[in-house]
Design a protein around this ligand. Structure first.
Ligand SMILES: [Zn+2]
Length: 565
């Protein structure tokens, strides 16, 4: 039966069922047989993963095809739940084998992960999780259905972004108020959804023997290497070191714009971005997708011939779908094809600086999966998100010295770099605000709506830009409602902050030892998921830490780069 052939159809239960039955009933009589068992399970998981990836890619590249959508949904609703049940059964089977103790060290993390999910598993939590999923789907539906009428036309909220970023202050103000009014119409229900989610999640945690959902979430997300106390330290360090930089950036904007105060439509509450102070139009780094590809290739070749070659392999492998066109889903992602061994990159490029950053970011993810593609088991390649984003975020920073490829005009190039570095700082503050909010909510699950608002505003005074929300106080106290992670992916957010700290250290090393920075990057990425998070950081010669001194020195580096630009 194993290895499964290239033509094995993992989208069909009829072909999967005999394979899973054989695995479940197989007798294992030695450590060698157990290793073969791991390898066969991985073989099957690779097929299932690639089948799901191809269906998802097919659907997002062609949203108008009802057939592709139906195929994907069929897979999600019928194959995935069955496979997760099977995987639970296989974990239980493995965990009870005596041979487990004799496995070589490279299985340690895989076994830790299996034991963890078995320890957390409670039958009575399944229906509660289903209810949580339903509530977060309701949130998505409510937000997705929001539209406003602006200048005689109907727009979705993501479409309103271009008016919110307009150089015309009056257009921004009008657009911002319209969007806020629309959001406030559903704010009552969204508040209730979060109430219900907190209650359900608290129950899930109690059922699994935890004091609160925060502690449960840390365990279920396999955060073995950092604690809530580390997160608090992270918040404090960002408050001390990032906020003065953010306030200075905004003070300069205030002078540049010539306003008497900054209003919420002048500075983006989340990213900290603002329109160009000099009223210049958007940057135009490339004309079309073929130019984006050739210029990105040149950037990577200038950074290193190895990375340039790896990027070209993606281009030749036809695993890029980059242009924005009708019938394509929004956003960008990188998806590993576990069987083929190639990553797929999806995005909607339309000629903006943000597209350059997305292309480079997703290429960084692709390099990571290419570097560790020789690791045998799928679990060995399933690296933690805190480190996956180091791979992508550090590429954004490491390529900066070569962004001139996209800009003939030196000032335009400086502007692109400045905007990117400012958003790195701005985003760290927003990440800490969202994270601190979640810690507090789940540690105090019986809080009132008023207390929630008050706590949010307290965090805003610690981590927010000093914009004046006079006249929009209720909007200000409910602005957390715009952050979808609070509903669908609780506690999942600080990972990006942790990864950014890693990326900044690799970038800092580049200025002293450019070759060393790249070889550390490679050495760490090749390890995939075979080392703990601190060991992966160490392999990249960077530190996993949150103290003020450490974060202060990274912020100083950004600040001096900003000054020199
Ligand atoms: Zn990413």
């Amino acid at each position: 039966m194993f290895p499964l052939g290239q033509d094995f159809d993992a989208t069909s239960w009829a072909s999967l069922e005999p394979v899973t039955n054989e695995l479940i009933s197989r007798e294992i009589n030695s450590t060698d047989e157990l290793e073969v068992f791991f390898s066969d399970i991985s073989d099957m998981a690779e097929h299932v993963s690639e089948a799901g990836a191809k269906l998802y890619i097919g659907m997002t590249c062609d949203t108008e095809s009802e057939e592709k959508q139906a195929d994907f949904l069929e897979f999600v609703e019928n194959i995935r739940p069955k496979m997760s049940e099977i995987s639970n059964q296989l974990d239980l089977k493995i965990i009870n084998l005596d041979y487990l103790e004799q496995l070589p060290e490279r299985y340690d993390l895989i076994i830790r992960s299996m034991k963890n999910s078995i320890e957390l598993f409670r039958e009575e939590n399944i229906p509660l999780s289903v209810q949580c999923t339903k509530l977060s789907t309701e949130y998505q539906k409510i937000v997705g259905a929001m539209t406003v009428e602006f200048q005689g036309e109907e727009y979705t909220l993501p479409q309103m972004r271009r008016f919110l970023e307009s150089n015309d202050r009056e257009v921004r103000r009008e657009a911002w108020i319209l969007v806020r009014e629309r959001r406030m119409q559903d704010s009552q229900r969204i508040t209730e959804i979060l109430d219900e989610l907190i209650e359900l999640r608290h129950k899930i945690a109690l059922n699994a023997g935890f004091e609160n959902y925060r502690d449960y979430a840390f365990r279920s997300m396999e955060r073995f290497d950092y604690t809530p106390a580390d997160c608090y330290e992270f918040h404090k360090s960002v408050e001390t070191h990032c906020m003065p930089v953010i306030h200075t950036i905004n003070d300069n904007r205030l002078i540049g714009f010539g306003y008497n105060k900054l209003r919420p439509w002048d500075v983006n509450e989340k990213s900290g971005d603002s329109p160009d102070v000099q009223g210049r139009g958007a940057l135009v780094p490339f004309e079309d997708v073929s130019e984006l590809v050739s210029l990105t290739s040149e950037v990577f070749h200038r950074l290193s011939s190895e990375l340039g070659g790896m990027f070209d392999r993606l281009v030749d492998g036809e695993v890029l779908d980059l242009d924005s066109r009708k019938g394509k889903a929004p956003g960008g992602y990188q998806y590993n094809l576990e069987k083929t061994g190639l990553p797929f990159i999806f995005m909607n490029a339309s000629g903006q600086q943000g597209d350059v950053e997305t292309m480079i970011h997703e290429a960084g993810h692709a390099f990571h999966s290419m570097y560790c593609s020789d690791l045998r088991l799928i679990q060995e390649r399933n690296y933690p998100i805190e480190f996956a984003e180091v791979a992508s975020m550090s590429m954004e920073l490491l390529t900066q010295p070569h962004w001139g490829v996209f800009y003939e005009d030196a000032e335009e190039c400086r502007r692109a770099k400045r905007m990117h570095l400012e958003s790195v700082i701005g985003l760290l503050a927003w990440i800490c605000r969202v994270d601190a909010f979640q810690h507090w909510m789940y540690e105090n699950p019986s809080h009132t709506h008023r207390e929630r608002s008050e706590y949010w505003l307290k965090l805003r005074s610690r981590f927010g830009p000093r914009t004046d929300w006079n006249g929009f106080e209720e909007d200000e106290s409910l602005f957390w409602q715009t952050q979808g992670h609070l509903f669908g992916a609780p506690f999942y957010y600080i990972e990006y902050g942790i990864a950014q700290l890693g990326a900044l250290q690799i970038w800092a090393k580049q200025s002293i030892d450019p070759q060393g920075a790249l070889s550390d990057y490679k050495a760490a990425m090749m390890l995939g998921n075979t080392r703990s998070l601190p060991d992966l950081f160490q392999a990249a010669d960077i530190k996993l830490g949150f103290d003020e001194h450490h974060i202060g020195s990274l912020v100083d580096k950004i600040n001096s780069a900003l000054v020199s630009l």
